[in-house]
Design a binder for this molecule. Structure first.
Ligand SMILES: [Mg+2]
Length: 266
């Protein structure tokens, strides 16, 4: 079972930890309830920039995990906060290659939105994976960057696994923009440390924080780069066998969220 773990807040990845594809992971809701009853603060994080925090909160609630938008940090929300924190960009005009939810995060962070037709006016281009991506959007982003706009992205994930097979993710679209422009983006989502640093800011007063995730290359690597403890669960993309020569090394490994709750609440 392992020794007792002492944390006052957990930054919890969603896919592979709370749910897998469209299905809840056994015991996850009960584990969340147990941790919350113990006073542990939870912030759910996801690299998916296409859905709003409200959507993700509603999805959690649908799996018997009560949540509000402020309980969720998406790569889109983190990117918006990251940009808002850069003085030189304050109030800048942004071209968003991304979903309506991503655009809204950028608007809410105080930026103006430039339509595709006005690409040359853009001072920054922000990229997030979404289903409506098309050539016109790629052309607008290319022209904006060629005209001097700075390039940012919510992540570099190549694809996300779904029940029907892999779905191209932010990294695939970003590769098109980077190839067309020859410019490398500043990336905010996992495994870059920014997302976890922003998540930490969303948990004021918490001192003993850990990231809980299922993927070594994103959750665990990002947590360590942000100076946080990293807890690996084996309910998603990583198996016990993968850990033999794992790099980076998680601080703790648990079978699943229920086992983590048992160790923290013991
Ligand atoms: Mg995951």
């Amino acid at each position: 079972m392992g020794r007792h773990l002492d944390y006052d807040a957990l930054i919890v990845d969603l896919d592979g930890v709370v749910w897998l594809g469209g299905r809840p992971i056994d015991g996850a809701a009960e584990a969340v309830a147990k941790l919350r009853a113990q006073g542990i603060r939870l912030l759910f994080v996801t690299n998916d920039p296409s859905r709003s925090r409200a959507d993700q909160a509603a999805r959690l609630a649908g799996f018997a995990i009560p949540a509000s938008p402020s309980d969720v940090m998406t790569a889109a929300a983190a990117t918006a906060r990251f940009l808002a924190g850069r003085r030189e960009l304050r109030g800048a005009a942004a071209l968003v290659v991304g979903s309506p939810a991503f655009q809204q995060e950028i608007v809410d962070a105080g930026f103006g939105i430039v339509p595709h037709a006005g690409a040359r006016e853009a001072e920054l281009v922000v990229v997030g994976g979404h289903e409506q991506f098309d050539f016109a959007e790629l052309r607008a982003a290319t022209r904006a960057v060629a005209n001097g706009a700075q390039l940012f992205a919510a992540g570099r994930d190549r694809f996300v696994p779904t029940e029907d097979g892999p779905e191209p993710a932010t990294g695939a679209i970003l590769a098109a923009v980077e190839t067309a422009t020859g410019v490398t983006a500043t990336v905010v989502g996992k495994p870059e440390p920014y997302m976890f640093e922003i998540a930490r800011e969303a948990l004021p007063g918490c001192e003993r924080l850990a990231v809980v995730g299922d993927t070594l290359a994103s959750d665990i690597a990002g947590a360590k780069r942000a100076g946080l403890d990293a807890i690996l669960v084996l309910t998603g993309s990583t198996t016990a066998a993968d850990l033999e020569d794992a790099e980076p090394v998680p601080d703790h490994v648990v079978a699943d969220l229920p086992q983590l709750a048992a160790r923290i609440c013991a």
